[in-house]
Design a protein around this ligand. Sequence first.
Ligand code: NAP
Length: 286
Amino acid sequence: MPFRTTVITGATSGIGKETALALAKLDHAVYLLVRDVAKGEELKKEIIAQTNNRSIFVMHCDLADMQTVVDAANELKGKLFAINVLINNAGGINAARQESMDGNELTFAMNHLGHFVLTMSLMPLLQKGQARVINLSSEAHKIARPELLNDVQFAKGFSSSKAYALAKLCNIYFTKSLAEHYGQSGITSYAVHPGVVKTQFWSSVGGLNKFLSWLISPFMITAEQGAQTSIYLAGATKLNPKLSGQYFKKGKPTKPTLAAQNTSARNKLWQISERLTERFLQANQI
Ligand SMILES: NC(=O)c1ccc[n+]([C@@H]2O[C@H](COP(=O)([O-])OP(=O)(O)OC[C@H]3O[C@@H](n4cnc5c(N)ncnc54)[C@H](OP(=O)(O)O)[C@@H]3O)[C@@H](O)[C@H]2O)c1
């Protein structure tokens, strides 16, 4: 019997790949939710070859296409009784404004909204598994102001850095709101800054940020190092329940910006997220 059942997004590259591999070594059953199934199947083979853990499964889930998120959640509901760990790891930055399949600004959709739908759709399984929900955030949240929530679609002018910073601020808000709304039913949640990590992430930055990333690349940590906080939170036998809702760096809770501690902005994000995903959540009877 596997030790825990873990669902992870964005495991086909970088931090997510190292996290999935490490959790497979810890004997978790790992469900890889991927947008590219062929890449996911390759990863599955690699994990089985390295760990001999055969409880590795691949499912299609494109966070920029909410119907596929709901479909993946329904498939999991048909297969599993409970989920113990959900790692909302997938994410990235976009150099120009693009839209998701559902017409939302892509950075907001792939980093936050898709994971909002996934988490809410899986809630019955998460509650049964007394799950830990781990959301990959970033120190980039430091440049985001709550006022950015007035235009989550960046209809009034797009900035790649601001869109990413807002999405990562939303990951912190979502973490705290999850702990608040679902703590009574045994759910705990954690936001993570993995460090500045040498991954595919940097291939999508544009303009001045591309030059800056080239300058700092010798100082970036490896994906394996960047995965350590996620692995700790997902793999630890016990975690102090008081840590739920907090923002972690280097394996320890730390204070995010004052903006990230703004309760009314956090509640506003919840309302915006519910409004933008209403038809998917209703169809899924959440
Ligand atoms: N690297 C850093 O320095 C850094 C710093 C702070 C926070 N983070 C956060 O850490 C997380 C992991 O990033 P990483 O550095 O490991 O980046 P990465 O190597 O680019 O990996 C990103 C993963 O997300 C997946 N993904 C992207 N869009 C998706 C979508 N629409 N649906 C499903 N999956 C999607 C990618 O799938 P494909 O393989 O199909 O592309 C890939 O598996 C992200 O949330 C990122 O914001 C990274």
